[in-house]
Design a protein around this ligand. Structure first.
Ligand code: GLN
Length: 331
């Protein structure tokens, strides 16, 4: 039997195609030039089935959707206790590029905002590594997550660096408080290259499906993150992935997610699927306008909200069974 999923995904795209709210990011001049009509959607299950609709060949820069995976690379490298010395776990309630640190700890509030992502980026390989070594480590890890070799768009990279005064200011603030050891300029260039990796919706949905499956890339079968680290990334995404719109997003859509200013949004439905939407026009938070609407629609139609009642087989009787088993193990 042929799957109904591709036709369903196309139907959802068509429903929102004419929505024309928002505007391309323009603080990165190259992103202002991107065709804002583009629209694509992908869903990859934790069993490795891939479904796409719309402009699924379109390449776009990963931008802030890189943050959960860079965080993952560093969690794998150092472990959560060490990483906690550099970045917190609390939602900031601020815009992604806000210039502030936690008042008590002088650490970035979380790894999803730029301050946290810069602190994480400098830990990749080691603070003493060159920018090129860090970028190659990120590129290689993200390629394993996507299941194909990714490359940096140096046009978008150069364009962002020309106007990266704000990220430079954040990096200097981090250096001032001793959060980063590395040279602030190198951290910004490496982070900007990380954000400039080119992806399709299929790549992003596959990367998200790896989180949803607890760290196993569902197509290649390779374990890339420990189950504990995958869950940690999803938790941080749930609390902070959508920045100052994290609360309304989680209430409505109810899945851990991350957006990027290129117009992509990725979401992970634990145990089920990863999804990705791409549409360049953004709202005031930097989230794709059509992307948010489409994700909300999918979540409602497909019962994705993670706080909805658990399906049959995970009811009160299972608590009884589990408690009994644990008691018996102890005895
Ligand atoms: N590279 C972008 C920046 O640092 C990423 C921001 C985003 O996607 N929200 O500003």
């Amino acid at each position: 039997m042929t799957s109904a999923i591709p036709a369903y995904l196309s139907q959802v795209l068509e429903r929102y195609r004419t929505e024309d709210g928002g505007a391309n990011a323009d603080y990165i001049p190259a992103l202002a030039q991107v065709d804002s009509q583009q629209l694509a959607l992908a869903l990859v299950t934790t069993e490795g089935d891939i479904y796409t609709a719309g402009d699924d060949q379109a390449l776009f820069t990963i931008q802030s959707m890189s943050k959960p995976f860079a965080y993952g690379a560093v969690l794998e490298q150092l472990g959560p206790e060490q990483v906690a010395n550099y970045v917190g776990l609390e939602p900031s309630g601020e815009a992604f590029n806000h210039l502030s640190l936690d008042e008590a700890t002088h650490l970035p509030k979380n790894p999803m905002i730029n301050a946290g992502a810069l602190a994480i980026h400098q830990l990749i390989v080691s603070p003493k590594a060159s920018s090129a070594e860090r970028v190659e480590a990120v590129r290689s890890f993200f390629s394993a997550l996507a299941g194909r070799q990714l490359s940096v768009d140096y046009h978008v990279y150069a364009s962002e660096l020309e106007t990266a005064h704000r990220n430079m200011a954040i990096a200097h603030m981090l250096k001032n408080f001793g959060v980063i050891e590395a040279d602030p300029y190198n951290v910004v260039t490496g982070y900007t290259a990380q954000c400039s990796l080119l992806v399709t919706v299929k790549d992003i949905a596959t990367m998200a499906a790896t989180l949803a499956s607890g760290g196993v890339q569902p197509v290649t079968g390779q374990r890339l993150l420990s189950p504990a680290n995958a869950r940690m990334i999803l938790s941080v995404m749930a609390a902070s992935g959508m920045y100052d719109a994290a609360g309304s997003w989680f209430t409505d859509v109810g899945i851990p997610a991350k957006s990027g200013v290129s117009g992509g949004i990725l979401g992970a439905v634990p145990g089920q699927a990863g999804l990705a939407v791409f549409s360049p026009r953004l709202d005031k938070h930097g989230h794709s306008v059509r992307g948010v609407k489409i994700a909300s629609r999918l979540a409602a139609d497909l019962n994705f909200h993670v706080l909805a009642p658990r399906p049959v087989g995970c009811g009160p009787a299972d608590i009884e069974d589990q408690a009994r088993q644990l008691l018996e193990q102890e005895a």
